[in-house]
Each structure stands twice: as structure tokens, then as C-alpha cells.
Design a protein around this ligand. Structure first.
Ligand code: TRP
Length: 340
């Protein structure tokens, strides 16, 4: 851009992160990652692989390491571009853990006790209700506030965490003035909420015991086809959106999301056709949508040197941004810097 053009308005900054805990699903892709890719054009985006958050539940080291590589590779494979966005690994930017400690000291026991995710996870893992699980939201607040993010794309399950992030930021701004940008939730224009293929009243989840309930981004084509062919539907045998048709609604949503068609167009396309034909078509469309991702993933996972270099550079850029906020916070709180 030439010097004469008026300074463009600063792009809004987005921060989001994903945990490297297990396979990513079709739901993660259509509900979040596809939007992350689109947002790169309009926003100044920072995306993190949140390894520190992942150890709030027990991880097996060899598997965990593999999942970190896989997640790093998949973010690139779905189209995140290190030229456009900052791609980072949370533990590679120590400022996250440092600011999290400070925020811990400004977060109340009572408010953390009310977090529904904490209550759910402590019920699910009664043998490991650790302090990190409890203070998880303060670490997430640190992720966001370090970068002065304007917007955070979050699903329903993370909304409460964004609210507590705002509460902490507001509280500290009132005490020390001008520390943090107050982040807003970002609701993407078109985000598909992908439901389980076996119980379409529940969100598609990789922790579902029934492997036919969810599609992994790296599933083989024949597995994807089998899962869609076995998807639970209803007895009406009519491809249309409707009440009590959660299974078909979900398949219409998935087909629409991968083909770019509206629900009306999908209904018209399958008018007079049976569920068998429809399920096959959805399976094939998903296979085709995931094929380039899988191919790119296979290439990247075999080039760990490149993978590491991308995330190392991104994390260095992130660290520079994070350092500004961290030193401002330390200074305003009264810490003494060793420099002077
Ligand atoms: N807690 C988020 C999840 O489990 C992941 C996450 C960590 C995150 N830090 C974040 C998301 C900051 C957005 C912003 O999905």
C-alpha cells in the first residue's frame, strides 16, 4: 500500500484456541475451523493450540505429543494461513501461564465454583478434580486478554468462560485502568451446529462411546460412508426440515454446510427421493469436502520440521504481542522490573 492512502482502520483482533485432546470432528470443522479460515480475510487473527488447557484432564504423554502435532497440522490443512494469521502453541508463549497466575489472584473462588464446565468435568473425572481444572477459566482469560482481543468466536459451551473473562477484565480495569480490551463474543454468520449421527438431539462429540456417532476429520472415506448410511433418521421418509426430524435436520445442515446449499435447495434436490439416497449423497459430499484436508494433512504430518517452524515463528510473533500486555500489567500492579 502506498504512503498516501489514508491509514486503514485497525482490523479487529480475534483470538481463538483449540485443545489438542483427541481427534477433531466434522463438528469442529463445520462449527469452528471453517469459520476460523474465513475470518482470516477480515480480521487480525491469532489461533492457538491449547496444550496447557489439555492437561487439566490426564493425558498419556506419547499420545498427547502426537495429538499436538496432529492439531498443528490440521489447522494448516483446513486452510489457516501463517501469512495471514498468527498460529501458536500455548506453552511456547510463557506469558500465558504468567498472566494466568496474576488473573488467578483476581478471580474469586465463588465465581469459579459456578462454572458449569468445572461442575461437569469434576463429575466426569471424580478421581482428578485438580486445581488447574478449577482455574481453567483464568488461563483462558489470560489467552484472550494478553492479545487485547476484540472478538472471540466461541460455541455455546465456552460462552460462560468468555463472560468470566469479561468480568475479570472489567474488575482489573476498574482497579488499574486501561489494562485490557473487553472482548466480545463473535457469532459467525454461518456456523453449523453438527449433531451426533446416532442421537441427533446431542452435539457431535469425539468422547461419544459409539464411534458411529461422530466423523473424525481424518476418517477414511469408507468409514465416513458407513457412518452416514447408519445415521439415525425418522420414519417419515421425507427429506425436509421439521420438528421431530432431528436426524434429517442434522443431515440437511451438514449437506448444506459442505455444499454451500440452503436447506430449501437441499429439500428441492431430494424431493421424492428416499433416505437411503440422501444419506449416500451426504456421505459422498462429506468425503469430497474432507479429501483435500486429509491429503494436505498427510503431507504436513510427514514434514515435522516445517510444521515446527511455522508454529515457532507464530509463537515468537505472539510472544512479542503478549509481552507488551504482561509488562503493562506487572508495572501497573507494582511489580519491579529487573531492567530499571
Ligand atoms: N477452552 C476452549 C475449548 O475447550 C479452548 C480455549 C482455550 C480457547 N483458550 C481459549 C478458546 C481462548 C477461545 C479463546 O474449546
Amino acid at each position: 500500500m502506498s504512503e498516501q492512502t489514508p491509514a486503514p482502520q485497525r482490523k479487529k483482533r480475534i483470538y481463538s484456541g483449540i485443545q489438542p485432546s483427541g481427534m477433531l470432528t466434522l463438528g469442529n470443522y463445520l462449527g469452528a475451523l471453517k469459520n476460523w479460515k474465513n475470518m482470516q480475510e477480515e480480521y487480525d487473527c491469532i489461533y492457538g493450540v491449547m496444550d496447557l488447557h489439555a492437561i487439566t484432564v490426564r493425558q498419556e504423554p506419547a499420545k498427547f505429543r502426537q495429538q499436538i502435532y496432529t492439531t498443528c497440522a490440521l489447522l494448516l490443512a483446513v486452510g489457516l494461513d501463517p501469512q495471514k494469521s498468527v498460529l501458536m502453541v500455548q506453552s511456547w508463549v510463557p506469558a500465558h501461564a504468567e498472566l494466568a497466575w496474576i488473573l488467578d489472584c483476581y478471580t474469586q473462588f465463588g465465581e469459579l465454583s459456578r462454572m458449569t464446565q468445572f461442575k461437569d468435568k469434576s463429575q466426569k473425572h471424580p478421581e482428578n478434580i485438580n486445581a488447574g481444572l478449577f482455574t481453567y477459566p483464568a488461563l483462558m482469560a489470560a489467552d484472550i486478554l494478553l492479545y487485547q482481543a476484540d472478538l472471540v468466536p466461541v460455541g455455546a459451551d465456552q460462552k460462560q468462560h468468555l463472560e468470566i473473562t469479561r468480568d475479570i477484565a472489567l474488575r482489573m480495569n476498574n482497579l488499574y485502568s486501561g489494562l485490557f480490551t473487553l472482548p466480545e463474543p463473535y457469532i459467525p454468520p454461518a456456523g453449523a451446529r453438527v449433531m451426533s449421527l446416532q442421537d441427533p438431539t446431542r452435539k457431535m462429540s469425539k468422547s461419544d462411546e459409539n464411534p458411529n456417532a461422530w466423523v473424525a476429520l481424518l476418517d477414511k472415506p469408507e468409514d465416513i460412508m458407513r457412518k452416514f448410511k447408519r445415521a439415525v433418521t425418522d420414519s417419515e421418509a421425507k427429506v425436509c426440515v421439521g420438528e421431530g426430524k432431528e436426524g434429517i435436520n442434522n443431515l440437511i445442515g451438514i449437506y448444506g454446510a459442505v455444499t454451500g446449499k440452503t436447506a430449501g435447495q437441499v429439500e428441492a434436490e431430494f424431493e421424492g427421493k428416499g433416505y437411503g439416497d440422501f444419506k449416500t449423497a451426504v456421505g459422498e459430499a462429506v468425503v469430497e469436502a474432507l479429501r483435500p484436508i486429509r491429503e494436505e494433512y498427510d503431507r504436513l504430518i510427514n514434514d515435522k520440521g516445517y510444521l515446527l517452524s511455522v508454529y515457532r515463528e507464530g509463537s515468537e510473533r505472539a510472544a512479542r504481542l503478549a509481552a507488551r500486555t504482561l509488562s503493562k500489567v506487572q508495572r501497573k500492579l507494582g511489580f519491579v522490573s529487573p531492567e530499571k
